[in-house]
Design a protein around this ligand. Structure first.
Ligand code: ATP
Ligand code: MG
Length: 321
């Protein structure tokens, strides 16, 4: 695949999206640390890959690490590596992910979840390129570019003491914010048709068509899961309605009137002058929905105007039992 192909994987022509891609292309050619922001499913990982493949590091490795999946006790040795005997069980020298990505790019996904205890160490690496391998006194110089991503508001996390402000400012040199799908509705049609065509080919089925009324309804939908949700939706339509015209009555329930009704109710909600914490409001609403439905997740999702999958994702994300 040649270099430009990777940016071609990122579909979209809306101005909101194109300005991010333009900035990403320029940034790719430098060595600067990049912070990719955006809701779940907006294409953060795809963009990180495109930046790597468009950079001078293209022949080096691209390694992705999900910080949320790193247990605090292992995070340091995973990222920075260790020397034989550094701790019980360290039977041989082990490279960290930072060293493994030498000459290439390390993608630190969900950086907001990085344990605070190793944030200072990462900051030092970003500032000096020096890596402190566990059990080694000498620092190691490593040439790895960091691209970080988060769907959280890192600034708020710094206010809450969960993320080091100095690391935040260091990462935030070039923030690239991918817009949610509902803010790039000009792209909806292209994405919908491209995914439908691709998936129809993949499943060896004739593609379905979408009626005008259906298109309108889809534009009003909230698309919490963004492009991932859209792609999954297309796959479902290809499988269930191959060759047919999809009318609004064929749409899954959450796509019909429910969202619109939900927004009408929400219109009466007034933001207090003192502001509020949207994330804790969301957590409270999820808890209340589960209480009201005695823990029935399908019904709770319906009360919140979410798909069941989206609710399950959030339960996991906020560790709600
Ligand atoms: N602009 C785009 N054009 C085509 N496909 C896209 C685009 N953006 C995202 N996708 C597709 O949507 C899915 C989600 O993308 P990706 O994994 O990069 O999102 P993400 O922001 O990292 O999500 P999460 O926060 O949940 O990890 C993938 O299948 C990806 O290929
Ligand atoms: Mg991702």
């Amino acid at each position: 695949m040649d270099k430009s192909d990777f940016f071609d994987n990122l579909l979209g022509q809306s101005s909101e999206f194109c300005s991010v891609i333009r900035a990403a292309r320029i940034t790719a050619l430098t060595n600067v640390t990049v912070l990719i922001l955006g809701e779940s499913g907006t294409g953060k990982e795809l963009l990180a890959q495109a930046i790597h493949h468009h950079s001078r590091r293209v022949s080096g490795p691209f390694i992705a690490v999900n910080c949320a999946a790193l247990p605090e006790t292992l995070a340091e040795s995973e990222l920075f590596g260790y020397r034989k005997g550094a701790f019980t069980g360290a039977v041989a020298d082990q490279k960290g992910r930072i060293q493994a990505a030498h000459g290439g790019t390390l993608f630190l996904d969900e950086i907001g979840e990085l344990p605070i205890s190793i944030q200072a160490k990462l900051l030092r690496f970003l500032e000096t390129g020096e890596c402190q391998v566990l059990g080694k006194t000498q620092l190691e110089q490593v040439d790895t570019r960091i691209i970080a991503a988060t769907n959280r508001d890192l600034y708020t996390q710094t206010q809450q003491g969960k993320f080091r402000p100095d690391l935040y400012y260091r990462l935030n040199i070039v923030p690239l914010e991918l817009p949610p799908l509902r803010q790039r509705l000009d792209d909806l049609e292209q994405l919908l048709h491209t995914f439908t065509e691709q998936l129809a080919q993949q499943h060896e089925l004739p593609p379905p068509r979408y009626s005008k009324a259906t298109m309108k309804q889809l534009r009003h939908y909230h698309w919490e899961g963004n492009i991932r949700e859209l792609r999954n939706f297309c796959e479902r339509m290809v499988i269930l309605f191959s060759k047919q015209t999809i009318e609004t009555k064929h749409l899954p329930r959450e796509f019909r009137s429910q969202k619109t009704a939900l927004f009408q109710q929400i219109e009466g909600f007034i933001l207090p002058d003192t502001g509020l914490n949207l994330q804790s409001l969301e957590i409270q609403m999820i808890r209340q929905a589960l209480q009201k439905t005695y823990g029935n997740r399908t019904q709770a999702a319906r009360l919140l105007g979410l798909t069941r999958d989206t609710l399950l994702y959030r339960l996991k994300k906020y560790a709600i039992e």
